[in-house]
Ligand binder design. Structure first.
Ligand code: SAH
Length: 354
């Protein structure tokens, strides 16, 4: 694909040109996924993690962090709450936690599917094929696993791999074969991320034909090697992508142009760097999904992948009302139903030159 054109957009600073990009993304969003906004309730089921990602605050080495794992009853309560609030989906997310036994978790997925009409999305890291197959069998509909960056050298520095484990890209292919809807994405402005590599990330979204694309700004966490400066991944300033709000909108808009029929959330990370109207602007520049938090308020501050996360104190009912209000304030409406991807039979070639 035309990654040079994508790179040029990522470097664009002229406000009038950027307005044209955002208007184009908004019109493609309306044409392909409509004016409705899907609500996916996020349940952060565990902050235990065996991995050592150098950007993430819940990495195993962060010994200062108090760890929690929700009980079956707590997860079921959150899911029932999602159904009551009219959401179409729950997203069960967590660290890569082998204290989450596959059969125990499969049972919870089965109960959610039996007792509600919710779609179930999982985001539990790089679990092995058998666990992923068992959870799919139990009724899980979708899986989110960001590839974080398509630059393999950078990837290994920010995401130390486990010898013998398949890569995230290989796992995404497996998940698709198992019949999951598949979501992926990247962080924007991670140290060492160049404009050219971020442009390739966006081209890869299209190659992978993703059902969901999650992108958000990188936010440094002081208890991590990348956040405290002990791991310095420096690029010349004209090559390093900044982790800014504007860059986040550009990537959302370009992802929409590349993948017109995909579901794209306006993420919590975006709301964290612009609490006033970051979510609304994301929705007006290509996104069509929001992810209100359902995690019990007592645990929420502990799911600290990055600091000062938006909405850590609001009760789920308040999150729901707040987000509904924001969606309606920009002339959009909450969707009914699970909000699966409605895949086009034919994908036109994306146009980046205009
Ligand atoms: N363990 C799961 C879920 C991780 S949290 C997994 O690895 O897939 C979900 C996403 O949060 C990650 O994929 C990453 O892109 C994002 N994230 C983690 N740390 C972050 C940080 N410091 N700033 C911004 N986003 C971050």
């Amino acid at each position: 694909m035309h990654t040079d054109e994508i790179t040029n957009w990522l470097k664009e600073t002229d406000p009038a040109r950027l307005d044209r990009l955002y208007a184009r993304a908004d019109s493609i969003r309306r044409q392909y996924v409509g004016d409705v906004v899907h609500f996916r309730g996020l349940i952060e089921v565990t902050n235990f993690c065996v991995r050592s990602c150098t950007y993430c605050g819940v990495r195993a080495e962060n010994l200062a962090l108090k760890r929690y794992r929700l009980s079956r009853a707590e997860i079921m309560d959150c899911a029932k709450r999602a159904a009551m609030l009219g959401y179409g989906t729950v997203v069960l997310q967590g660290g890569e936690d082998y204290g989450i036994a596959p059969a125990w978790f499969a049972n919870i997925i089965r109960r959610i599917k039996q007792e509600t009409n919710l779609a179930v999305t999982l985001s539990m890291g790089e679990r092995n094929e058998w666990d992923l197959a068992e959870w799919r069998e139990a009724g899980a509909d979708r899986y989110l696993l960001r590839f974080e960056t398509s630059d393999q050298e950078l990837y290994h520095k920010i995401h130390p791999s486990v010898p013998g484990h398949p890569t995230r890209l290989a796992l995404l292919r497996k998940l698709r074969q198992m019949g999951y809807e598949v979501g992926s994405g990247v962080m924007i402005g991670i140290p060492g991320q160049s404009y050219a590599s971020l442009a390739r990330d966006i081209a890869l979204f299209r190659e992978l034909d993703l059902d969901m694309i999650g992108v958000g700004p990188y936010i440094p966490h002081p208890a991590t090697p990348l956040g405290n400066g002990s791991l310095a991944l420096t690029l010349p300033p004209d090559e390093q992508v900044p982790a800014t709000e504007d860059m986040s909108y550009k990537v959302i808009a370009l992802a929409r142009l590349a993948c017109p029929d995909t579901n794209i959330p306006s993420t919590t990370a975006l709301a964290t760097i612009n609490a006033t109207n970051g979510r609304e602007l994301g929705l007006q520049r290509g996104a069509n999904v929001v992810m209100p938090n359902l995690t019990p308020v007592s645990c929420r501050p502990l799911y600290e992948i990055y600091p000062s996360k938006a909405c850590v104190t609001e009760e789920p009912t308040d999150c729901s009302q707040c987000l509904r209000g924001r969606v309606q304030s920009i002339g959009r409406r909450p969707a009914d139903g699970p909000g699966n991807r409605r895949k086009l039979d034919y994908r036109p070639q994306p146009q980046f030159a205009f």
